[in-house]
Ligand binder design. Structure first.
Ligand code: S3P
Length: 435
């Protein structure tokens, strides 16, 4: 497959963004361990989420689709059945790390694998706290996949101060805590996304959470629910930036997730001078949603501080693109975690920005981008994407402001989180050509 993103005359129209990836994983897992049948609407049908869904089926959970919704017949916290084969999580750190927590409390052994990218990602970050809880879990010599989990005699709740801001690590601990003796308390210096906490609360857990700490106490069952998944803010981010940097644009995105631990990008873009209106505020379960209108804008540079990073970690690649078409030098502090995502995103973005002829450099641990302003046109080039969906979509959006086009290498990676990206983009006025 070949994807060429050609310059565009502007974006117009209104779309509904497919369901959030993080929330889709959590909805499927929580439904599978509740006591009865849950209904999930607007589930993200991406490769990442479908791999989690298939793993749950392999573990004995009946899941089926009827009239656009998914039905999950939950079997309780410890009702999963041993899988004959290894569980395969493809490209998904979320699927792997959350399911590791849950598999830790089952009375059978499991083995978890993934694709080449996932197989290189660090698992020590979950192994360490889970072992402290009494879980028998180990990885390769380098603490990477495959992960092997065998039954433990006793698992204890944990008081854990998070060494890094990671919702996946926090969630692995919370899922394991459902089968533990005693309370769990997790302390965060910087708050990571809180979808697990909200989903646990929605399914009836005894959980309290704030910006600083999460406390989970004696919860022995989840009550099945009807879950409606908000539109994925991280998917929306690509079209929000697309409309801001393209001339003559005016788009509206409906029912977008507005969880405060996810939307730092929105506030950053507004500070940069982005014409963005958020309206029709409402909620799906415990998750806030709203509609978002975005118009072409003249952007100024931004400063991302270390406190901002966790809240816009997945949006940094597209924010780098927005900064390339802004006036002035943008700076990004302490973005080390970018190196541990689906690819080394800092390197991947530096490569592409160099090809866009946008000056960028590292000053200690501060990454800087010299914006070229709104009239800049990127030269044509082939963007290497290292099979990373967010790198591919970021350069596809940059192509809208090119002298004629940017070609995207291995665009299939986009299916890991946003299979509808090309069709929805073209519906809004992008010029994506697939051959
Ligand atoms: C996610 C957490 C983040 C994020 C990822 C999804 C989640 O990862 O980058 O795309 O759903 O919990 P970390 O927990 O590794 O920061």
């Amino acid at each position: 497959m070949k994807l060429i993103s050609k310059s565009s005359e502007g974006l117009h129209g209104e779309i509904k963004i497919p369901g959030d990836k993080s929330i889709s994983h959590r909805a499927l897992i929580c439904a599978s361990i509740s006591d009865g049948t849950s209904k999930i609407s607007n589930l993200q049908e991406s490769e990442d989420v479908i791999n989690t869904l298939n793993s749950l089926k392999q573990l004995g959970i009946r899941i089926y689709k009827k009239n656009e919704s998914y039905f999950v017949e939950g079997k309780g916290f410890k009702g999963l059945k041993e899988s004959e084969n290894q569980l395969y999580f493809g490209n998904s750190g979320t699927g792997t790390r959350l399911m590791s927590g849950l598999l830790s409390i089952q009375n059978f052994s499991s083995s978890l694998t993934g694709d080449d990218s996932l197989s290189q990602r660090p698992m020590k970050r979950i192994i360490e706290p889970l072992v402290k809880m009494g879980v028998n879990i180990s990885g390769s010599k380098e603490d990477t996949l495959p992960l092997r989990i065998t039954p433990s005699e006793k698992i204890n709740g944990i008081h854990y101060e998070m060494p890094i801001a990671s919702a996946q690590v926090k969630s692995a601990i919370l899922f394991a805590s459902l089968g533990a003796t005693g309370d769990t308390k997790i302390i965060e210096k910087t708050k990571s996304r809180d979808h697990t906490e909200r989903m646990f609360e929605f399914f009836g857990a005894n959980i309290r959470y704030s910006d600083k700490e999460t406390i989970l106490k004696n919860t022995d069952k989840f009550t099945p629910q009807n879950v409606e998944i908000p539109g994925d803010f991280s998917s929306s981010a690509f079209f929000i930036v697309a409309a801001l940097i393209s001339k003559n644009s005016d788009i509206t995105l409906r029912e977008v997730g507005m969880n405060p631990s996810r939307i730092a990008l929105l506030n950053k873009l507004i500070e940069m001078g982005g014409d963005i209106q958020v309206f029709n505020n409402s909620s799906f379960g415990k998750e806030p949603i709203a509609d978002v209108n975005v118009k072409s804008s003249s952007l100024k540079s931004c400063e991302v501080t270390s406190d901002d990073v966790a809240n816009l970690i997945d949006e940094l690649p597209i924010l780098f693109v927005a900064s390339s078409f802004a006036e002035g030098i943008s700076s990004f502090n302490e973005i080390e975690e970018l190196k541990h995502k689906e690819s080394d995103r800092l390197k991947a973005m530096q490569d592409g920005l160099d090809k866009m002829k946008v000056k960028n450099f590292l000053n200690g641990n501060v990454f800087c981008i010299e914006g070229m302003g709104k009239n800049y046109k990127s030269p044509n080039f082939l963007a290497e994407t290292y099979y990373d969906h967010r790198i591919a979509m970021s350069f596809a959006i940059a192509g809208l402001n090119s002298t004629s086009s940017i070609e995207i290498a291995s665009p299939e990676s986009i299916n890991t989180s946003f299979p509808e990206f090309i069709d929805l983009g073209n519906r809004l006025g992008c010029n994506f050509e697939v051959s």
